[in-house]
Structure formats: C-alpha cells, structure tokens
Design a protein around this ligand. Structure first.
Ligand code: PLP
Length: 375
C-alpha cells in the first residue's frame, strides 16, 4: 500500500515509550537547571514523595530515583538485594526474568532458578520449597507483568511466602506499576522496580526503586558495593540529603513531575487501573471478533499488553507496515514468539476512540495483505 501517508498522530501500541500528554511534553521546557541548586533538591524531594504516594506505599517505602531506563532500576535492584556469600532466587518465565538472571550472573551473584513456561505463571509453592530447603537464598526476584507475553505472575502470594523469611522480595513492576492489581500495598515487596514512561505516562530516561523501610532499606546497606553508578545505598544516602551523585535527567524529572500531577488529578491508582481495564476490554472484544487468538489465558492476562497469534499467511513486518500507514505502531513478538505472534500494548495517553477504531484498521490491514497474496 503506497497511497496512504503515515499519519502525524501515530498511536504507539508498543509497551513504552508510550504516548504522552501535551502537558508532559510541555514540562520538558520548564528551563535549564543545575542539579546542585536548591530548585532541583525541591524537585527531587517532591518526586521521592509523590512516587510512593501515587503508587499507594507512602508510609512503608522510600524512593530511590535512578537516571536510566527501567533496566538500570532492575540492575540496581539485583546488585542491591543479595549479601556476600548468599544467593538470588530468580523466577524465569519470560525475557525479563531471564534479564534479572543475566544481571545476577554478570555480577557473580549465585542464583537459584525457578523456571516456568512463558505462558504459565510461576507456582508460589515452588518458591516456598526452595526457600525452605536452601537457607542461603537472600532474595527472591520476580517480574510482575512479563511484557514478553502479557502475563501476570502471582506477586501477592509470593510476597506472603517471602515475608516469613529473612530473604527480601524483589519485584520488577516496570510494566505493571499504576496499571495492574494487586495494589503494591498488598504485596509486601521490599525492592520494587518502576519506570517513568509506562503506566505513569512520563518520558523515558528515569526509573526508580521503592525500598521497604521494613527490610529493603537495611538490605541495600548490607550488600557489598558492586557498582559505582548503580549503587542503591549511595544513591539513597545522597537523595535523602537532597542530592544526586551524578548528572540526573533533569528535564525527564520535570516531565515525571507533571505526569504524576496529571495522574493524581485524574483519580490516581484506582482510576488508572479502571482505564487500563476498559482499554483491554475494548481492544480484546475487537480481537475476538476478528478471530485473533490471545496467547495468555484468563485470569493471567495483564491489562496493558496482549500477545496475539499472527493471522495465517501474514508476516509481522507486513502487518506492522499496514497498520503504521493507518496510524498505529504495533510491536513484534519477543524471542521465540517473533515468528508466530505480535503484541498490542495500550500504555500511555491514548484516546479511547482510537482504540475502538483499531479493530477496523486491523481488519482492513489483514484483508489488504490477503488480497496482495491473491486470496
Ligand atoms: C517487565 C519489564 N522489565 C524491564 C523492562 C526494561 O525497561 P527499559 O526498556 O525501560 O530498560 C521492561 C521494558 O519493557 C519491562 O517490560
């Protein structure tokens, strides 16, 4: 199809960077600011408070802001969770669980892996068994929403198990914060990774850890220093004093500040979860009418990402290009799913009518590709 130009108002249906509001984009222009000035200290203090408040854990967790994408938060969490001579238990049922594992290995941290298929949430009993039988496990790491497939792991059940042990519970909530239930307050996680640019609708470039005051804060102080830049104890000490050791992404912090204001003005966590559920219902009703099978079964489906089987005879790049011409950027299947599946994410600022219209755009694209094949 060469007669349709790519529209200016593309809707990003990839799981971040997500579309942002005009207010968030405008916040990037608040002005130049040196991070050693009191105005930055005030912004940092405001963000450290507003992040825990808007995610429902203001009295139990403390924020460490990190300059870097979500992966920087993951790596800071991994190296900040395990004391010398102890082990990290990693749940591996997707690309991001595998990434946590690779990080531990890169830093010479001994690991215990609880593996599950990519389409199956981990069984919390397997984690309880490992914790009981191996006293050297110092932390349990699990991805909440495996963006690989759009599947949720049972973090509240795992949290209830880890709570009774000396181990800390590390949750990669990068693609679930502000989007999925359970409420973080009900999970009992000690080191939570989040990012600015998915459910919070900020700009990429900053991420954060939420450390529980019960266990997380003490744990990061008790581990050996494994990185100069991604050192959670040094970052926490500096940020408590209103400072950041290295040059922060000041403008991205402005944008996150505005994104959190907009999120709270719109009703905060309950309202955003409702919005994502509504979006999921709208797009999935369309997928069902088009006969596109969803990879993950209910009730394990995330609200924000749907992995779908590619229609027979349709290759992902061709479907991507057809949809882009119609105003939507879709996302490839990850890893071994790249030939058989594609993904639709509904993160960020997306007007609901554009999600209603997605079904028609998909139908037209699939029909056009069938015609091009001579069917
Ligand atoms: C669950 C999860 N963890 C970590 C990441 C990594 O985040 P980033 O790409 O911002 O480094 C992602 C990104 O999609 C993710 O979905």
């Amino acid at each position: 199809m060469t007669d349709l130009a790519t529209p200016d108002d593309l809707i990003l249906l990839n799981p971040g960077p997500a579309c942002t509001s005009p207010g968030v984009r405008q916040a990037l222009l608040r002005g130049d600011l040196c991070h050693r000035e009191p105005e930055f200290a005030a912004l940092l203090a405001r963000l450290r408070t507003s992040i825990t408040r808007c995610l429902g854990v203001p009295d139990t967790h403390e924020t460490v802001l990190i300059t870097g994408s979500g992966t920087a938060a993951m790596e800071t969490a991994v190296i900040g969770s395990v004391r010398a001579g102890r082990k990290l238990l990693v749940v591996n049922n997707g690309v991001y669980g595998a990434r946590l594992l690779a990080m531990a290995e890169a830093h010479g941290i001994e690991t215990v892996v609880v593996q599950a298929p990519w389409t199956t949430p981990v069984d919390p009993v397997a984690i309880a068994d490992r914790l009981r039988s191996d006293g050297r496990i110092d932390a349990v790491a699990c991805v909440h929403h495996e963006t690989t497939t759009g599947m949720l792991n049972p973090i509240a059940e795992i949290g209830a198990i880890v709570r009774d042990h000396e181990a800390v519970f590390l949750v990669d909530a990068i693609s679930s914060t502000a989007i999925e239930s359970p409420d973080l307050a009900d999970v009992g996680a000690d080191i939570i990774c989040g990012t600015a640019n998915k459910g919070l609708h900020g700009i990429p470039g900053v991420s954060f850890l939420l450390l529980s005051t019960a266990k997380g804060v003490d744990r990061v102080a008790a581990v050996p220093r494994r990185s100069v830049y991604l050192d959670p104890a040094a970052q926490l000490a500096a940020q408590r004093a209103g400072d950041i050791p290295f040059t922060p992404a000041v403008q991205t912090c402005y944008a996150l500040d505005e994104a959190i204001t907009e999120y709270e003005n719109a009703g905060g966590y309950p309202a955003r979860v409702r919005l994502y559920r509504e979006r999921a219902a709208v797009v999935r009703a369309g997928f069902a009418r088009l006969g596109l099978p969803v990879l993950i079964e209910e009730p394990y489906r995330a609200n924000s990402v749907t992995a779908l089987e590619l229609p027979a005879g349709v290759a992902y790049p061709a479907l991507h290009d057809e949809l882009k011409r119609r105003g939507y950027v879709i996302y490839a299947g990850q890893g071994r799913l790249s030939r058989t599946h594609f993904r639709i994410a509904t993160m960020g600022e997306i007007p609901l009518p554009r999600l209603v219209e997605l079904e028609g755009a998909l139908e037209e694209s699939i029909r056009h590709l069938a015609k091009a094949r001579g069917e």
